[in-house]
Design a protein around this ligand. Sequence first.
Ligand SMILES: Nc1ncnc2c1ncn2[C@@H]1O[C@H](COP(=O)(O)OP(=O)(O)OP(=O)(O)O)[C@@H](O)[C@H]1O
Length: 324
Amino acid sequence: MSEVILKTTDLVREYQMPRPSIFSKQASLRVLHGVSVELAAGQSLGIVGESGSGKSTLARAVMGLERPQSGRVNIAGNDIYALNGADLREARKGFQAIFQDPYGSLDPRHTVRTIISEPVVSLERGIDAAARNRRIAEVLEAVGLPLASADKYPHEFSGGQRQRIAIARALITRPALIVADEPVSALDVSIQAQVLNLMMDLQEKLGLSYLFISHDLGVVRAITDRVAVMHLGRIVEEGPTGAVFDNPRHPYTQALVAAVPKPFSGRRKRVRSDAPPQTPVHTATTVTGCAYAAVCPVRQEICLTQTPIAKPVTPTWSARCHFA
Ligand SMILES: Nc1ncnc2c1ncn2[C@@H]1O[C@H](COP(=O)(O)OP(=O)(O)OP(=O)(O)O)[C@@H](O)[C@H]1O
């Protein structure tokens, strides 16, 4: 077994509920009921489940943002809630987050340079301006944005570009683990595929590990090696993604999978750039459950659509896609 980058043990998280009256007893809502998950270095673990099942609460607990009432979060050998001060800052460089909303998560008053460099400024206090600028150039290049983007403001970018900025900010401390909470849910389906492909490329190049939270099983199938299914704050099933989705054992997983539209039943398969165009593109099943694909004339990448394209086209195979 390869090195474990993330291990949560019996996480319990409760929220205090408002008292209906001063005479009522304080009630609490238990959202995580002893959640234990494990992620091997360089791999991706998906967390799926209905809205309200506790996925984001788990993400916040892993990120050290909300202390659980009990249980432990261990990242790269560090017990996160046992650390503080310089030790915590050092450990924090090793894990970063990407959130759902590329509009809300970037401060509109700041330039991209300021936004991207914020994690190094707060976690690597001794870093000088030249080293910081080198890091900014490095991460902008990694996410496919021009260096000139650094001096622009978030409103000057599209949703997909903003999510690239969020990814650049997450990469700047050179983390090993990225917690991605619904990172593509707010994006157009065609842009979702580009961002997912970027995340997969970065994983290959940088050896990243992803804790990938999504309610979209198609997206999770595309990007994760293993998946844990959450129901009412408990993990009810965990295993290799293909096996869990193709042969779900828990009735809740069976219901989740059954609720997904047909194209989802396609298996994960990457088409490499040198692969011959042997599969007619109109049979394409996309990562997002769309059934049609066409090559974008601008980006020369496969774009995904929910409606049929006029006629089958032969893509240039300049991007990876997922086929039935
Ligand atoms: N700060 C909070 N105070 C009180 N209750 C909360 C708080 N945060 C979350 N909850 C409750 O915890 C439960 C789980 O919420 P959570 O956001 O983790 O679910 P989720 O699976 O991520 O849902 P979604 O997919 O809709 O984001 C919900 O019932 C939610 O109302």
